[in-house]
Design a protein around this ligand. Structure first.
Ligand code: HEC
Length: 112
């Protein structure tokens, strides 16, 4: 009985020793990205927060960041998100804000 208790204690301690560093690694790796608008990789500017929260609801912001499109093509992308991908329709002011953001900071000529 004592042996069984000692053995299970050893197993628990040894197991935790193995799991804790792995957990630490997994959680820091996962929380290092897309955490806040500031560290998301989105350039600072009006509309950043809206893009951060809205676009990340369905996919990684990398999907957004890897695209470099002129404003009119971002317009098509937003329509496509609404018509085909299930994004809620934006009210005109929000759409304008987001389109201005995307067309300014994520156009083909914006710095990476
Ligand atoms: C309701 C869910 C939803 C929301 C909200 C959403 N998307 Fe998407 N988006 C999708 C899906 C589904 C795809 C399809 C492919 C995929 O899974 O990456 C996609 C793909 C994309 C692509 C890739 C297009 C390509 O040619 O490969 C871009 C760019 C994009 N979205 C931009 C945005 C932006 C910008 C926003 C915020 C304004 C946004 N999305 C919000 C669902 C969404």
């Amino acid at each position: 009985m004592v042996r069984a208790v000692v053995l299970s204690l050893v197993l628990v301690v040894a197991g935790w020793g193995l799991i804790a560093p792995a957990r630490h690694f997994v959680f820091t790796a996962a929380s290092a990205q897309d955490d806040t608008p500031e560290n998301s990789g989105l350039p600072a500017g009006p509309g950043r927060e809206e893009v951060f929260y809205l676009c990340q609801a369905c996919h990684s912001l990398r999907t957004v960041l890897q695209q470099r499109l002129p404003r009119w093509e971002w317009g098509y992308t937003l329509d496509w998100m609404v018509e085909e991908q299930g994004m809620a329709e934006l009210d005109p002011e929000e759409r304008e804000l987001i389109l201005n953001y995307l067309g300014t900071y994520l156009s083909a000529t914006s710095p990476r």
